[in-house]
Design a protein around this ligand. Sequence first.
Ligand code: URA
Length: 239
Amino acid sequence: MMEVRLIILMRLDKYICQNTNLSRSAAKKAISSGQISVNFDGIKNPAFKVKMSDQVFYCDEQISTLGHRYLMLNKPSGYICSTQDEVHPSVLNLIDIDKHERLHIVGRLDVDTTGLVLITDDGQWSHRITSPKRNCQKSYQVDLAENVSADNIEVFKKGLLLNNELKPTLPAQLILQSKQKALLSIQEGRYHQVKRMFAAVGNHVEALHRISIGRITLDIQLAEGEWRYLTEDEIASMS
Ligand code: URA
């Protein structure tokens, strides 16, 4: 029987644009200025057809077709963690890189919550963080309206029933820092979970700031609204 193989070909400028941060016009410029080679031959024609098995180099670095992007952002208050809202801007507006519309936000913070937000275009990676089966730890710095009772440590550790829910929360770790400040680590992501946990013990969250997700900790060099790419170790810690 004759073997039929489908070879997918793509224009060189499109290939570069899909697999790097370059826009189509920047990709064309890189090609015409001799910065691109295919299988070690310099190519100056943007319409040159590339096979998926070809090795394409940009400034002597091979372009990976798995080029996912992973970022951390220090979210300011007043921004939302979804793409559309009529009142508030999305945190994605703070990410000033090409093709930021391909990125998505890993989990959500309330509009008034600040701190660590992870952003990526790798759906499998973000699923590993948000999947309820993974019990990924998230830590928050919490400012409270009332004094925190030491009894809350045990209550949160055991798990408590939130309003209108049937299943108690999973064990959470509460560390008291001062009369009205605490650190809370939870392993779920229920709606307004931290605020509702404190409401359930008669307190009220005045300010909430996420410090870490799994082993990824908010970089203290990042001012509110600033972001950076994750390191390879940070990405691998969620793999
Ligand atoms: N819990 C909350 O109540 N709000 C957040 O933004 C995150 C966790």
